[in-house]
Design a protein around this ligand. Structure first.
Ligand code: ARG
Length: 596
């Protein structure tokens, strides 16, 4: 549909230029204001450009619309695409694509594994590099629900961009550096010295408890504090024993994180904060050379433009603390420099997926990077913020006993819930299925439900986590969509349309067929929207509405019992709908099922 819209845009521009040569000669952009029709009865597209032009030319919009329409009707390419233009309201141009154009478009998709979604470039090696910085938990700390959101949203964004043909670097910017390692290493040396004397990594047990104990000692024991501070210096100087301890701690955390990534089917490349450690001094030096650095109270910082603090004074972004240490912001500045730099990743777009609470951090970092000239003109950096995960009571998500929820438990619970629901349903339907089947379906649906619940709400808003809601078989949920996909594929299979028997020509007569056909053709538009706006909920809503259109079609129009040629055309619609759902779910990071 994007290509057709593009071609209509050209034809409209040309028609305006022919109708109003003077306006065109002004050199001002003649915007046809082409968009999708606001209602299906208005056709496929609507162009509202006559209104803007009317103001400029001082003529009634209706007259202008008529003149443009007359010019369009003289254009053969336009006439092949559209029915005669309708003028509505004060001067809207309503455009309806010809039935045979829609049918031919749809036909092309039957054999197209990309379902009409174009690739930005065919050669991945020449494609622009986009970095998606997501998940990014912290070593020796719990991966919490905020990281879960980042993981799910970031993965979906990466999948969509990969599908569009970009080279995508999925970077896990783990918190694996910083002063907290002083206390962690000191603790490790004291409680598990044996770990430092073996060649292999040994199991350090639960690092979260380990972290808590270390922190408690650090807060209460001044001797331990001193040792810990010395340990940071040793680590930074590259002392081999300290480095080994650091490596062991990272390795242990990595193993824990990996279990979650495996469960969620997430692919990530770890490039933690430590990677940028050797590049931090350069950041400060470069800022200094450019005259951006100010020493304030011993700390070196850049004062931010347009970001004011409480007393109306510009806020500083501290890049080097008074003790000489660097911080989170310094690391992100080094990362931007490297990621966009020609001798680094040379990326053209960097996307950061974190909670909305980090919005100020990123706007400060982006501003400083821009002023320092580290963001090339053709590149963009974007923070993709998301809201909090809450319990159904709107408060912070907690277990029944009031503890913070562990991700592993949360995912296990989703799977368990799903298993219980499934067993009940099987009993009701008097079905007998193997334990393997139940396990597989419960795991797939459970994980899908957690992902979909997150992706289907607008990410900016807080979202309420409810197993009940996300596992419902009806409504905008993963089980509903997975079930629709299974059912539609079943119908297509029964009718034999999955065996590759594509009819030569598609013929549609019923409004329900046209509604479904038009919606199927929107896939490329939706994908392109997600690519620019980075809002996965757009894709979710599309898939949900598509399933609903399918249901209306299937309830009201006979398919398997229809006569030819209607039967094969309708089966082709089923087939395409099944493929569209499958591709869409795959881009959301959701696995589909054959049966459920
Ligand atoms: N580790 C950080 C956290 O847990 C997230 C890092 C996000 N990425 C970045 N480049 N700052 O909040």
């Amino acid at each position: 549909m994007l290509q057709i819209a593009h071609s209509l845009q050209q034809q409209l521009k040309a028609a305006i230029a022919r109708a109003f040569p003077q306006a065109a000669a002004d050199g001002e952009e003649l915007d046809p204001a082409l968009g999708p029709a606001s209602k299906p009865e208005f056709g496929d597209f609507q162009a509202n450009g006559a209104l803007g032009l009317a103001k400029r030319l001082g003529k009634p919009p209706r007259l202008i619309a008529e003149a443009i329409a007359a010019q369009l009707q003289l254009d053969d390419t336009f006439k092949q695409l559209c029915e005669p233009v309708q003028i509505a309201g004060p001067g809207f141009l309503n455009l309806t694509l010809k039935a045979e154009v829609l049918a031919a478009e749809l036909h092309g998709r039957l054999e197209d594994p990309r379902l009409g979604v174009e690739k930005v470039i065919n050669d991945i090696n020449n494609s622009a590099t986009i970095i998606v910085d997501f998940s990014s938990p912290n070593i020796a700390k719990e991966m919490h629900v905020g990281h879960l959101r980042s993981t799910i949203i970031g993965d979906c964004i990466a999948r969509v961009l990969e599908f569009r043909g970009y080279r995508v670097l999925r970077l896990n910017h783990v918190g694996d550096w910083g002063t907290q390692f002083g206390m962690l290493i000191s603790q490790l040396k004291q409680v598990a010295p044996e770990a430092l004397n073996t060649a292999d990594a040994i199991d350090l047990g639960d690092l979260v408890t380990f972290y808590r104990e270390a922190k408690q000692r650090f807060d209460n024991d001044s001797e331990f504090q001193t040792i810990s501070r010395e340990e940071v210096v040793k680590l930074q100087a590259g002392d081999p024993v300290s480095l080994k301890a650091w490596g062991l701690l990272c390795e242990q955390s990595r193993k824990e994180f990996q279990k979650i990534y495996d469960t969620l089917d997430i692919n990530l490349q770890e490039r933690g904060e430590s990677f940028y450690n050797p590049k931090l001094q350069d950041v400060v030096d470069d800022l200094n050379r450019q005259g951006l650095l100010v020493t304030d109270d011993g700390a070196r910082c850049v004062f931010l433009e347009g970001m004011l603090g409480k007393e109306g004074k510009p806020l500083p972004l501290i890049v080097q603390k008074s003790d000489g240490g660097f911080n989170y912001a310094t690391t992100d500045l080094a990362a931007i420099r490297y990621r966009l730099g020609a001798d680094g990743d040379a990326a053209t777009r960097v996307i950061y997926v974190t909670d909305a609470g980090q919005a100020n951090h990123f706007s400060a970092v982006f501003q400083v990077a821009k002023r320092a000239g580290w963001i090339p003109a053709e590149a963009t950096v974007e923070h993709v913020p998301f809201g909090l995960v809450q319990g159904v009571d709107g408060k912070k998500l907690k277990t029944r006993s009031g503890d913070t929820i562990r991700l592993k438990d949360l995912l296990e619970e989703a799977i368990e819930h799903c298993g219980t629901n499934l067993r009940n349903r099987l009993k009701e339907e008097d079905r007998n299925e193997s334990e393997d089947f139940i396990q597989h379906v419960a795991t797939t649906v459970g994980i899908a439900a957690v992902k979909y619940a997150d992706l289907s709400t607008n990410r900016i808003t807080n979202y309420q986590f409810s197993f009940e809601r996300m596992l419902a078989l009806n409504g905008n949920t993963a089980p509903y969509l997975l079930y629709a996909a299974v059912r539609i594929k079943g119908i297509a299979r029964k009718g034999g349309s999955l065996d590759g028997a594509t009819p030569d020509k598609l013929i549609f007569t019923e409004p329900q067929e046209w509604a479904l056909a038009r919606q199927l053709l929107q896939l490329d538009v939706i994908i392109s929207d997600v690519e620019t706006e980075l809002l996965p909920n757009r894709l979710c809503n599309y898939l949900f509405e598509l399933s609903q259109s399918f249901n209306r079609f299937y309830d009201q129009v006979p398919v398997l019992k229809a006569e030819e040629p209607a039967r094969s055309s309708r089966l082709a619609l089923c087939n395409l709908c099944a493929n569209t759902l499958e591709l869409g779910l795959q881009l959301l990071g959701i696995q589909t099922l054959e049966r459920m």
